[in-house]
Each structure stands twice: as structure tokens, then as C-alpha cells.
Design a protein around this ligand. Structure first.
Ligand code: PA5
Length: 341
């Protein structure tokens, strides 16, 4: 078994990471107090997913929009009424640095979440508040550090309430799930190992639902790409019922390769629940495989993390089943180096 960067151990650290992230964000300096009309999270890859989670969290609570920008440039609406959260684990991602500089020029209220790098330096020299998180793991193994500070910051700024209780619930739910899916739990009782076996030799397709499990579906896809070095695709209900489902009329020999993981949440819209049942029947009849992962807990943070956590483990088990080292992401490193030359 090759796991040169101890990804299993890093992923296992999520409950403790959420706790620590909370503490760091409680102690951080806040952006200056002013009217906020929109929130923008700038970040890429493993850092951007923290923004997707924050967007999902804020959707039912915040009266202003939250958007995630994975780009060099910012939309025209970003101005001095914007709260910009610049998130980069390394602090050296060029797109995020460019978005940060643009937000500064436009007078946005800014806070940075990073381990260091050029982003921390820029924040320091411009007196921009920063949550400095611990380094030393892969960005995708640091979702606690990349999501939770945003929640606590919004809470401390008075933009949302009740965050601390939601975070505490999530920590308990994550600890329970960890005991069920960690590597010493055998296949017969371990949902993540079972899902990895189901995905092996297939093309993973992860489906969630808009507003509830959307960020979790995207996270599963990214984790399978980066940890298992496998193609993977994702989509959400109800949209996928209006296009992707038609693809299941494909020639019969193609469909058994598709392995669909359906992420289900009790807060899914009632019509979406019905759509999921009908869609399952359609794709099973067409010859594709389907498995379900069901969320736990009450608050958004517990529910979304309870969908993400089994996927994080499954993506690493899938790598190990295929004799692939889940740690290194050589292509991403190569691209960054080539662009810096
Ligand atoms: O998982 C990864 O390594 C990538 O997706 C990175 O998160 C992405 O390239 C951005 O880098 P950073 O998170 O350091 O800003």
C-alpha cells in the first residue's frame, strides 16, 4: 500500500481540524465594519471548495449573495461593499493573488485565509486581516481550515448567527463517522471501502442536489480526480433531469462502466426526492450502477460534512485499490511550475 504523504491520516484529522480552525478564526482580526452587499470567495481547487461550502452554508441564512470566483479577475459588482475572502492554502496561487490585488484596488473589505506565501505577505504589508492556518498537508486535506474560518468570520461580523453550535454538532457527527470508515474497520462494515470497491474499474459519476449537497458532489469529484487519479463527473438535481439523464440512452455496452453515487439529504426538496427515486430506476434499467450516501445531522455543516467525509476516505481507498499513491498531484505541480517560468 503506497500512501507517501499519509493522506489517510491527514483525512482522518478532519474533526480535530474543524475544532482548531474554529479557534484560529475566533482569534483573528476582523475586516473593518461596514455595510456588506455581497460576499466573494476567491480561490482555486482544494481552496475554492471551502468557498463552495460557505456558499451552501450561507444560502439559507445570509441576506446577501455569496459567490465563489475561481479566476484571475473579479466580476464588475465587486466594490467597497464587497467582503472578499481570499483563500489559498499555499498562499502562492497566481489566480487568487491576482483576484486579491484587484479587490484591494476596488476598495473591498478583505480577509485572507492561508498558511503563508505571497498572500500572507501581501496581507501583512497592506494591513489586511488574515487567518493563518497550519501548513504541511495537501490543500484538499485541509477543508476544515479552508471552510470553517469563513463561517466563524461571518458569524463574528454579525452576518449570520448560531455558527458555533452548528460547528460543534459537525465535530460530533464527524467523529462518529470516522469510527465507521477509518482504515481499521473491515470492508463488511466500512461504507467508504464498499464505495471504493463499487467505483473501481468504473467511471464515477457523483450526483447531489442544488442547495443541499451541491458542494459535496463537487468535492467527491475533485477528491476522486486528485487522490485516485481517475476521471470523475458530477452534477445536481433537478438540472441533470433536464439533460444528463438523456445520455443514459447511450449504447448498452457503455453504461455498465458508469458508477453513480447519489448524495441524499433530508432537506432535499420533496420533488427532488421523487426525482431521485425515478432517476435511480431509469439508470439501473439502463445498466449503470448506483449507490447512495445519506447525510446525517441537523445543521448544514454537519449534513454536508457527513456527505463529504465518506467520499474523502473512499477516494483514498480507491487509489490504494488501484495501487496509486493518493498524495502527489504531479500534473498540478508541473502546471504551476511551467507557468511560473
Ligand atoms: O489540491 C490541490 O493541490 C489543488 O487543487 C490546489 O488546492 C490548487 O491548485 C490551489 O492551490 P492553493 O490551495 O495552494 O491555493
Amino acid at each position: 500500500m503506497i500512501d507517501s504523504q499519509n493522506m489517510l491520516e491527514a483525512v482522518g484529522g478532519l474533526p480535530g481540524q474543524v475544532e482548531e480552525a474554529c479557534r484560529l478564526a475566533r482569534e483573528a482580526e476582523l475586516p473593518d465594519k461596514r455595510e456588506i452587499r455581497n460576499v466573494v470567495v476567491a480561490g482555486l481547487g482544494g481552496s475554492a471548495i471551502g468557498g463552495d461550502l460557505l456558499r451552501g452554508y450561507a444560502a439559507g441564512k445570509l441576506s446577501v449573495p455569496v459567490n465563489v470566483i475561481r479566476d484571475y479577475t473579479l466580476p464588475q459588482y465587486v466594490n467597497d461593499k464587497t467582503l472578499l475572502i481570499a483563500t489559498s492554502y499555499s498562499g502562492n496561487t497566481e489566480e487568487t493573488l491576482s483576484a486579491f490585488a484587484e479587490a484591494e484596488r476596488r476598495g473591498a473589505s478583505i480577509i485572507v485565509i492561508t498558511t503563508g506565501g505571497k498572500l500572507a505577505e501581501a496581507a501583512r504589508s497592506l494591513n489586511v486581516p488574515a487567518v493563518i492556518i497550519p501548513g504541511g498537508i495537501a490543500p484538499r486535506a485541509a477543508t476544515g481550515f479552508l471552510f470553517i474560518p469563513g463561517v466563524i468570520i461571518l458569524n463574528r461580523m454579525g452576518l449570520v448567527s448560531g455558527a458555533e453550535a452548528e460547528v460543534s454538532e459537525a465535530i460530533e457527527v464527524l467523529k462518529d463517522i470516522k469510527n465507521e470508515i477509518t482504515n481499521d474497520v473491515p470492508l463488511e462494515k466500512n461504507q467508504s471501502k464498499q464505495v471504493a470497491g463499487f467505483l473501481k474499474d468504473g467511471i464515477p459519476v457523483i450526483w447531489g442536489a442544488s442547495g443541499t449537497s451541491e458542494a459535496a458532489a463537487l468535492r467527491w469529484k475533485g477528491q476522486i480526480n486528485e487522490n485516485a487519479k481517475s476521471p470523475a463527473y458530477w452534477n445536481v438535481f433537478p438540472e441533470l433531469n433536464h439533460n444528463e439523464i438523456v445520455g443514459f440512452e447511450a449504447p448498452k455496452e457503455l453504461l455498465p462502466k458508469l458508477r453513480v453515487v447519489l448524495l441524499r439529504d433530508k432537506n432535499d426538496h420533496e420533488q427532488v426526492k421523487k426525482r431521485m427515486e425515478i432517476t435511480k430506476e431509469i439508470i439501473e434499467k439502463a445498466g449503470a450502477g448506483v449507490r447512495e450516501v445519506v447525510s446525517r445531522g441537523e445543521g448544514y455543516i454537519a449534513r454536508v460534512y457527513s456527505l463529504i467525509y465518506p467520499g474523502d476516505y473512499a477516494s483514498i481507498y480507491l487509489a490504494l485499490l488501484n495501487n496509486i499513491d493518493p498524495g502527489p498531484v504531479k500534473v498540478i505541480d508541473y502546471l504551476k511550475q511551467a507557468l511560473a517560468r
